[in-house]
Design a protein around this ligand. Structure first.
Ligand SMILES: N[C@@H](CCC(=O)N[C@@H](CS)C(=O)NCC(=O)O)C(=O)O
Length: 230
């Protein structure tokens, strides 16, 4: 049975840019599970009422509804144990939880401060006011002020990716010899700016950029074929 997934979309319904939804898309592909994605906009809270909350990703698998990308990854791993493993056992799951916390607590915030104004140019018209007001309240300043000076600030952001750089300089994937959910967490996180902005977050000779290229080719180029803004 095909899994249905509510997926954040831009004004262009084909442009899917949520870092969390990208993690889930990659996890579903890793498990070899078919998915039908339903485009969802920030202000369409009613469309998610069935899930009891207002954020994506949300998946419906038969009569099971699961929201939150981490909870979805755990659900897929436990519901489909005969498919390729996302975590590689309880230790791998615990380590992936750390990567998830690092990506959510550090990397996403760093990226937001570099590209959040660019997002305003791609979100659906009905989301523009909501997006500006909710994010400006979060940052305590205008989106233009948040993003100002990014050409110099990006250096500090890149330095903060050192843990991933050190690992990917020594092994092809965060999962070791093969991609695992840890890879999908960081990849999804970076797929967000890649889809909505032309600002270069990574330098071309960064081992993380090389890994990102490999990630983009996985699953018949699922990530590479994704529409991008601009
Ligand atoms: N912890 C959640 C976060 C989900 C989340 O925040 N999704 C964003 C899209 S990237 C969202 O739905 N935001 C709705 C809003 O800002 O109103 C996860 O891992 O899935």
């Amino acid at each position: 049975m095909t899994i249905v997934m509510h997926d954040l979309a831009a004004a262009d319904p084909a442009l899917r840019f949520s870092p969390y939804c990208w993690r889930t898309r990659m996890a579903l592909a890793h498990k070899g599970l078919g998915v039908e994605t339903i485009p969802w906009r920030f202000t369409e809270k009613d469309a998610l009422a069935f899930s009891g909350q207002g954020r994506v990703p949300v998946i419906r698998d038969g009569d099971r509804v699961v929201s939150d990308s981490w909870a979805i990854a755990e659900y897929l791993e436990d519901a489909y144990p005969d498919r390729p493993a996302l975590f590689g056992g309880t230790t791998g799951r615990a380590h992936a939880r750390f990567i998830n916390a690092w990506a959510d607590g550090v990397v996403l915030g760093g990226i937001a401060r570099l590209i959040v104004r660019d997002l305003l140019d791609v979100v659906a018209p009905q989301d523009v006011v909501y997006f500006r007001e909710s994010r400006e309240a979060r940052f305590g300043m205008t989106l233009e002020q948040v993003q100002a000076g990014r050409e110099t600030r990006v250096v500090e952001f890149r330095a903060g990716l050192l843990p991933a750089r050190l690992v990917l300089g020594r092994q092809p994937w965060l999962g070791g010899e093969a991609p695992s959910y840890a890879d999908y967490i960081l990849f999804g996180t970076l797929q967000w700016p890649r889809c909505v902005s032309r600002f270069d977050l990574l330098e071309a000779d960064d081992p993380i950029a090389g890994w990102q290229e490999r990630m983009l080719d996985l699953f018949d180029g699922l990530g590479r074929s994704a529409p991008r803004a601009g």
